[in-house]
Design a protein around this ligand. Sequence first.
Ligand SMILES: CC(C)(COP(=O)(O)OP(=O)(O)OC[C@H]1O[C@@H](n2cnc3c(N)ncnc32)[C@H](O)[C@@H]1OP(=O)(O)O)[C@@H](O)C(=O)NCCC(=O)NCCS
Length: 205
Amino acid sequence: MATYLVDLSPATMQRRLDEALSVYVDAMRYPRGTENQRASMWLEHSRRPGWKGVAAIDTAAPAGPDGTPDPDSGDLVGIAYGYCGAPDQWWQQQVVQGLRRVGVDQAHVNALMSSYFELTELHIHPRVQGRGLGEALARRLLAGRDETHVLLSTPEINGEANRAWRLYRRLGFTDVIRGYHFAGDPRAFAILGRSLPLDGAGLAR
Ligand SMILES: CC(C)(COP(=O)(O)OP(=O)(O)OC[C@H]1O[C@@H](n2cnc3c(N)ncnc32)[C@H](O)[C@@H]1OP(=O)(O)O)[C@@H](O)C(=O)NCCC(=O)NCCS
């Protein structure tokens, strides 16, 4: 068995949805059953403009001519996806509210919201975490995007002391909003961002 990174078409994501949600629930240590609440949302996301999904799969299947195996093969052990942000999306509306609340001027709000890729989900199964797979998936997901920058939200954690925070800082993500409460969620989140491509400079302030 070897671990490969593969691009997912929306159709493959839809076929592998249960496995992807299972990785998500295990990685986030959410209670079993959370998958059922998320399934329709993830499906709807896979139909959004600019959607891109990537996965890590463990497989013994031989790689194809492009060096990767069939994305439908093997065991799915990591999942990441995102799409192009747009004004009709709940997440963007929430972030705009948050930016206004912390006093960001309208011109900067417009600049932040005009061309970004939302990194929506990034999860590696606990049994293969800590081997660089999350970073590799994030890099693959963000490669070749047309947007000027990438935004994401991640739960606040004391001292930024978890792998997600370490990964985002290592990739050059900086603070956009800290301690933000999305409607209906008691947890505090950070909104982080950086410019694209990843090897360029950070997010303009
Ligand atoms: C956050 C997450 C996606 C990061 O993915 P990951 O594969 O575990 O971690 P990374 O790709 O960042 O790799 C970092 C670790 O791998 C090690 N590593 C990096 N490259 C490596 C390589 N080529 N070979 C072996 N190990 C390597 C690093 O030393 C580092 O170890 P450390 O964190 O113990 O110091 C993953 O841990 C996860 O799913 N966490 C739970 C869910 C979550 O928080 N998701 C994000 C919510 S917003």
